[in-house]
Design a protein around this ligand. Structure first.
Ligand SMILES: Nc1ncnc2c1ncn2[C@@H]1O[C@H](COP(=O)(O)OP(=O)(O)OP(=O)(O)O)[C@@H](O)[C@H]1O
Ligand SMILES: [Mg+2]
Length: 562
């Protein structure tokens, strides 16, 4: 069951939940004393002036009622606060598990989905759950307990009438289920529409220059409106269904109440009930009415929470990028072998069709070939971002599919073709490549990497130097500057294997020349794979390998050991 897993997440908080349950019990007890006091009060009023012996003093009862309400308020406050606190912790745990899980999914998962959908799962679903735990549960549980208690006490006064009330309960439940059965699918569609909306806004925010450049503001506004209208329509349908259900249930509750009143009237005139009993019974019936009336709201919120929980569990159940417990990669010397690797992306023609390449440790190999030849794909295999459907990739004498992913990736630095930078300072972006758990590097290391990437000079020319914040994905830098920072970050990693996918694609000629002049020092003592379309950069290579249409078609130094 869906909610059973939630209990698993709640297990670490059993002490807090125990306290909450206890508070709720006391809260319920205070609710249930009230009708009894009401009965006593009626008896007291009747007895006034008649000197009836067993009647309590009415003033005392009234004070008791006030005190009771005070206690109830304090308890309600304590329960709400404690529950909100605990629920927030549980939701944080869930949120964190979902986020951490997402980070462990293969890149294919992200390519196959819109960012907005993933955002919805990780950010918004926990939000729904939180609402359920902090708003719905604190009302539902004490109400449920009050119903049970009231029924028990009513049975003590008039067993027959009480069992009649019990007999009505399935009727309520069935009505809610029947009328409310549309709520869950509706909630799920609403959630999808919400995700669509988030996706559009999310994509368009990063596409602003394209939208403006092609003057497609009107078109995008229309697209947004269409989805916003969908959300609106679904929200209205949901609210309408909920309101209808609410109305029916409240009406049924009143009808049931009137029926009970009628029977109660007969019994009190028939003398089988005393007046205080009558008043108490009536008030217990009133205690019952409000939970019943709220049943539909609780039902709706529960359906929505179930949906959210299901989605979260879908994410938590996604297959991970790799099995855990694989052996650590040994310190890499640097020989790389692609052995007959095949890779076909879903729904595409083969990107690699049996590529073979043997690179000796310490070699610098330039990889050339037309757009779409499979060069970047080869690098994805080396980083285990993708796995070959056939063939294998060996580093030194290890099949990289059989080692711990992170221990492999820690020893390889890749400058990807698309520049990926964080919206933080230049210093932090470069230091991201540093060794250790959280990255980080000394000033000297950062500066050396920046010099080798031909970034240092322009960085110190900025008003804020290395402390310059570069905007989302580096939008506050020029294309070439951003690429230089990304290159510095890769060089700082100081890896056994360095992969540069078009490192100088956006460099100016002087910058590229300077990079080439400095690069030999950076390339020494490691295996370097250099993908490039630039003739100048080819001079750095010991060997040039041509990839065409997913296979190696040319090689200036086929025998790496020769
Ligand atoms: N994530 C993906 N999903 C589907 N197809 C992809 C994906 N990535 C690449 N491809 C396809 O695989 C083929 C090889 O792409 P790859 O990026 O390896 O080419 P490349 O040699 O790096 O080209 P370029 O010089 O343009 O960078 C192309 O036909 C491309 O359309
Ligand atoms: Mg490429």
């Amino acid at each position: 069951m869906t909610f059973a897993r939630l209990i698993g997440h709640a297990a670490p908080y059993r002490v807090a939940l125990g306290i909450i349950a206890l508070l709720m019990l006391v809260q319920t007890a205070s609710v249930l004393v009230l009708p009894w006091l009401g009965g006593q009060l009626a008896a007291g009023f009747l007895a006034e002036g008649t000197l009836a012996e067993d009647a309590l003093d009415t003033d005392l009862i009234l004070i008791g009622i006030i005190v009771l309400f005070g206690v109830r308020s304090v308890l309600a406050y304590a329960v709400s606060w404690k529950l909100a606190d605990t629920a927030a912790r549980i939701v944080t745990d869930l949120r964190q598990s979902a986020y951490e899980r997402v980070q462990m999914l293969p890149l294919g998962y992200f390519r196959a989905r819109r960012q907005g959908d993933i955002l919805s799962s990780v950010v918004y679903e926990p939000q729904y759950l939180s609402q359920f735990l902090t708003m719905t549960l604190p009302r539902f549980v004490p109400n449920g307990l009050a119903v049970l208690g009231a029924l028990g006490l009513m049975a003590g006064i008039d067993p027959l009438l009480a069992s009649l009330v019990v007999g009505l309960m399935p009727l309520f439940y069935l009505s809610v289920r029947l009328i409310g059965r549309g709520l869950r699918p509706l909630a799920s569609r609403l959630r999808d529409a919400h995700a669509d909306l988030v996706s559009v806004v999310d994509e368009n925010l990063s596409m602003m220059p394209a939208i403006k450049g092609f003057t497609r503001e009107t078109r995008e506004a229309r697209r947004h409106l269409a989805i916003a209208r969908q959300v609106q329509a679904l929200e209205v349908r949901q609210a309408r269904l909920q309101a209808f259900l609410d109305g029916v249930i409240r009406f049924l509750a009143v009808v049931a109440m009137v029926g009970i009143l009628r029977l109660l009237g007969e019994r009190v005139t028939g003398d089988s009930l005393s007046l205080p009993e009558f008043v108490s019974f009536l008030l217990y019936a009133a205690v019952l009415t409000s939970p019943f009336a709220e049943l539909s709201g609780v039902w709706g919120q529960t359906q929505r929470a179930r949906g959210a929980l299901t989605r979260l569990q879908d994410v938590l159940g996604e297959p991970l990028e790799s099995a855990s417990g694989l052996p650590q990669m040994t310190p890499i010397v640097g020989r790389i072998r692609f052995q007959d690797v095949h890779l076909t992306y879903t729904g595409r023609h083969a990107a690699l069709r049996g590529a073979n390449l043997d690179i000796a440790a310490g070699q610098t190999v330039a990889l050339v070939g037309p757009n779409g030849a499979g060069k970047s794909t080869l690098i994805n295999l080396l980083m285990m971002f993708d796995r070959p459907q056939k063939g294998r990739v060996m580093i030194d004498d290890v099949d990289i599919a059989e080692v711990d992913l992170q221990s492999l990736r820690r020893q390889i630095a890749v400058l990807s073709q698309t520049v990926l930078l964080f919206n933080t300072t230049i210093r932090e972006n470069i230091a991201y490549g540093g060794a250790g758990e959280n990255g980080g590097a000394s000033e000297a290391e950062i500066e050396q990497a920046a010099r080798r990437a031909q970034a240092h000079d322009f960085v110190v020319g900025l008003p804020e130097g290395y402390d310059t914040v570069i905007g989302d994905r580096g939008v506050r830098l020029s294309g070439g500057q951003a690429q230089r920072i990304a290159l510095a970050r890769a060089l700082l990693k100081d890896p056994a294997i360095l992969v540069l996918d078009e490192p100088t694609a956006m460099f100016d000629p002087e910058g590229e020349d300077a990079f080439i002049a400095d690069a030999r020092a950076a390339f020494a003592d490691r295996t370097v794979l250099l993908i490039t379309h630039r003739p100048g950069s080819l001079a750095l290579a010991d060997r040039i390998v041509t990839l065409s249409d997913g296979v190696v078609t040319g090689d200036t130094g086929g025998d790496p050991l020769g």
